[in-house]
Design a binder for this molecule. Structure first.
Ligand SMILES: [Zn+2]
Length: 426
């Protein structure tokens, strides 16, 4: 007995056409796709005219587990992911302890297998404890299933350390994934350095704190031949650095978050820490550069940088509250509404490409397509239904979003991960 999806429209990724198709899933596999299939002996799920796309893949998620379970657990974080249409997420190693041993890789895989609502692939730390002093045992971490190496949360400050990390990563065939931040430039900043930070009297983080690391690491990737992936790009000069590196033939890829595509520092009033994130929301010029980079292929994919915190933590004063927004449950409706439906700056298939196809290709992960014989990772979207974003509805433990109250459409109504229904709403 399989699951038969009826009354759905399959998005053709090349043309953007919506094709009436029925899909039969058996085990973890898409067995058949056709205009009409025999329902005998199968569990039939009516998709109500919803649009079928490949399950989304988010290469930048903080699941906070182990050690920070008051913010999020693998169970709540993956439930949020499934609700947002995701079938795979990559989790960041800045937990407590930091994911820097094979045992901790095993912990992630085992816990996700037991309690998870999507596949979780862990990154391992570049340096022990994320302290930037000593490299981890990258080979053992790869053997335990690490999909890349990152000290996300902080930048690797010493260029020589980064060079050696890249040499090893290159040998292992895994990417170095960077949080680009030069601490001698970012200092104690809590928002973008510019007009708004001056007006509010808050210490700023200049855009160059990001772009000097992107440029440095692109040059080190050229030297070592490593694959460099740039996290959460936010600054116009950093986008230019990636564009330059790609033209030069350097193996660099990049991601951008929904908040850096939709918001600027003009929204910050200096009191509400639900607007505090790192890298910070920057200027309209930077926001436009990020969008342009996404559209011209400089930026390969969208990642949420889902970073849950407790309500109490985010109620602290702006300068001392922790950085970060949740994002898994709202990313698709927000980007679909703002960039596709309202302004037509992107097509639906471009957005799906950036959220599913590109991450699967760049990180060599299963999924990213809906095809016979392929893994049954898919998401069904209701592109019409409009809802107001209410953090109280979140499956995530985090409520910290600057998008509360926004009206958005394009909600995931069904998520199937390896043939299992992980999210379903009428
Ligand atoms: Zn980061």
């Amino acid at each position: 007995m399989g699951i038969l999806l009826k009354n759905g429209k399959l998005l053709e990724l090349e043309t953007g056409e919506l094709l009436p198709r029925e899909i039969l899933i058996e085990g973890k596999t898409i067995q058949k796709i056709a205009e009409q299939l025999d329902t005998t002996g199968h569990e039939v799920v009516d998709l109500g005219g919803g649009v079928i796309v490949p399950g989304f893949i988010d290469m930048h998620v903080h699941l906070r587990d182990p050690g920070l379970e008051y913010k999020e657990t693998i169970e709540t974080g993956t439930r949020a992911a499934a609700k947002g249409g995701f079938t795979t997420v990559a989790c960041m190693p800045n937990t407590k302890p930091i994911l820097d041993t094979p045992e901790l890789m095993n912990y992630i895989y085992e816990t996700a297998e037991k309690t998870g609502y999507c596949k979780v692939v862990p990154y391992a730390a570049i340096t022990c404890g994320g302290r930037g002093e000593e490299l981890t045992d990258m080979q053992a971490l790869k053997e335990a299933g690490a999909v890349g190496f990152t000290d996300d949360g902080v930048g690797v400050q010493v260029a020589g350390m980064m060079r050696t990390a890249m040499e090893r990563a290159k040998e292992l065939g895994l990417p170095i994934v960077i949080h680009a931040e030069d601490e001698s430039l970012s200092g104690k900043g809590c928002m973008n350095e510019g007009e708004v930070s001056k007006r509010l009297g808050l210490p700023g983080i200049p855009g160059v704190a990001e772009s000097v690391h992107v440029a440095r690491d692109a040059l080190l990737a050229e030297l070592t031949g490593a694959h460099l992936h740039v996290c959460h790009i936010s600054d116009a000069s950093a986008v230019d650095a990636v564009r330059w590196a790609k033209r030069r033939g350097i193996r660099v890829t990049a991601e951008v978050t929904p908040h850096h595509l939709l918001l600027t520092d003009e929204g910050i009033d200096g009191t509400d820490a639900n607007w505090k994130v790192n890298p910070p929301l920057r200027t309209e010029n930077d926001r436009k550069a990020c969008l342009e980079g996404l559209l011209d292929g400089t930026i390969d994919m969208i990642a949420t940088d889902h970073a849950p915190h407790s309500v109490e933590e985010k109620q602290r004063a702006f300068q001392v509250a922790p950085f970060g927004f949740v994002g898994l449950e709202t990313v698709f409706p927000l980007l679909y509404t703002e960039l596709v439906a309202k302004s037509q700056q992107m097509t639906l298939q471009q957005l799906v490409h950036k959220m599913a196809v590109a991450p699967a290709e760049v990180f060599d992960l299963p999924g990213g397509r809906v095809a016979e014989g392929g893994v049954a990772d898919l998401t069904v979207l209701n592109l019409e239904e409009e809802r107001i974003i209410d953090p109280n509805d979140f499956a995530s433990k985090g409520r910290n979003t600057p998008f509360a109250g926004w009206k958005a459409k394009g909600w995931p109504v069904l998520t199937v991960c390896e043939g299992r229904i992980t999210h379903s709403r009428p």
